[in-house]
Design a protein around this ligand. Structure first.
Ligand code: KG4
Ligand code: ZN
Length: 351
């Protein structure tokens, strides 16, 4: 069967075509049109601009996705579209587009949770599907940071989440403090590669608390105070040493975030006696996080999976993957299409 995925929850317009044969998922196309350049001058995503761009991009992105997959709409069996969480007006762009396609082509449409889609980005490259459940998911994106226990397809339990900033948001805010532009994750992690993570001592918020919640706003404020202090003390030579300082601050900050994320994940993995640990979300592109979590899960002999780099950020292939499993498990009705609505705060939910 062929599934068309549509994703417009934030600042990427993405459409993908998946083909599933004998339970094997193949990505025929996964087109992502990024709006980063449009939002960068504002230091974050501007919802009205995002909606305008989705409106403009959806049709050409669909055409490209179909062309690349050598498919046409007549061969699509199912449409999967993100319904939340995300920016409300941006979500409506995708949902209305999906509904129009569904009416014209008479195809079933299924609403997808964006966080579940991040989880399922792992299924796009999973080698051994039998070693997974119970699985512990660490979802780290620009809007969310959650530990989610998954006992089977569509069976989730949120163990903990951030009480304030998401991990990606902390990367973005620290980058903004250093005038490094938006989004912050890629530029901070690049700087961190050449920095000394032990140079500055930063807090590891909630590391020793016995729950699975996170908090990154205190760490972000600690970085702000650190920057102010460095700039005052070293004002004379600041220009000469600026790059080195940025590298060390980036490395120290990144290490603090990764330490907390990995320690809490490993503790939860032990407590819930899971078989596997799955990483996902935009921050899962972070090299230090990927390497550290891989090493730590290996010590516990747990199966570990992380999305291929092309599927770490927002994309429609992962959306379509959830669509397939909902279809396989008969978790929606064809008649649901008309009632499909968006929910900007949609939590991970059982299906
Ligand atoms: O999942 P995503 O693409 O969008 C949301 O659903 O939020 O995540 C975007 C977030 C941004 O905050 C971005 O700074 C962060 O992922 N990010 C990274 C890296 N690449 C992207 N954070 C840390 N290290 C990276 N290499
Ligand atoms: Zn996302």
């Amino acid at each position: 069967m062929k599934i068309l995925g549509i994703e417009t929850s934030c600042d990427e317009t993405s459409i993908a075509v998946l083909e599933v044969k004998n339970n094997k998922i193949g990505v025929l196309s996964n087109i992502v049109s990024s709006q980063i350049k449009i939002h960068a001058p504002y230091g974050g995503v501007v919802p009205s601009l995002a909606a305008r761009e989705h409106e403009k991009n959806l049709k050409p992105v669909l055409e490209e996705a179909l062309k690349k997959s050598k498919t046409d709409m007549a061969k699509i069996d199912l449409i999967a579209v993100t319904v939340g969480p995300g920016l409300e007006i941006a979500l409506w762009n995708g949902v209305n587009f999906a509904k129009t396609l569904s009416y014209i082509w008479g195809r079933a449409i299924v609403g997808i949770n964006h966080l579940e889609a991040h989880i399922y980005s792992n299924w796009l490259s999973l080698k051994d599907k039998n070693k997974i459940f119970p699985a512990l998911n660490l979802i780290v994106s620009g809007g969310h940071t959650q530990l989610v226990l998954m006992t089977n397809h569509g069976k989730f339990k949120i163990l903990g989440e951030t009480l304030d900033d998401a991990a990606g948001e902390a990367f973005d805010k620290v980058a903004r403090m250093m005038n490094l532009g938006f989004p912050g994750g890629p530029v901070i992690s690049k700087l961190a590669e050449k920095g000394n993570p032990e140079k500055y001592s930063l807090p590891r918020p909630m590391l020793n608390q016995k729950n699975y919640n996170f908090s990154f706003s205190g760490l972000k404020t600690a970085v702000l105070y650190l920057l102010k202090e460095i700039y005052v003390i070293t004002s004379d030579s600041i220009l000469k040493r600026k790059l080195k300082i940025q590298q060390d601050v980036a490395a120290s900050f990144q290490k603090a975030v990764v330490d907390v994320l990995v320690a809490k994940t490993i503790r939860a993995a032990k407590e819930y006696k899971v078989k596997s640990v799955l990483l996902s979300g935009g921050v899962s592109a972070n090299n230090l996080l990927r390497k550290t979590l891989k090493d730590e899960t290996k010590k516990l002999k747990l199966f570990y999976s992380q999305p291929n780099l092309e599927y770490t950020g927002d994309n429609a292939a992962m959306t379509a993957a959830v669509g397939y499993y909902k279809f396989k498990n008969k978790r929606f009705k064809k008649s649901d299409a008309g009632q499909l609505i968006v929910d900007a705060n949609l939590p991970v939910k059982n299906w």
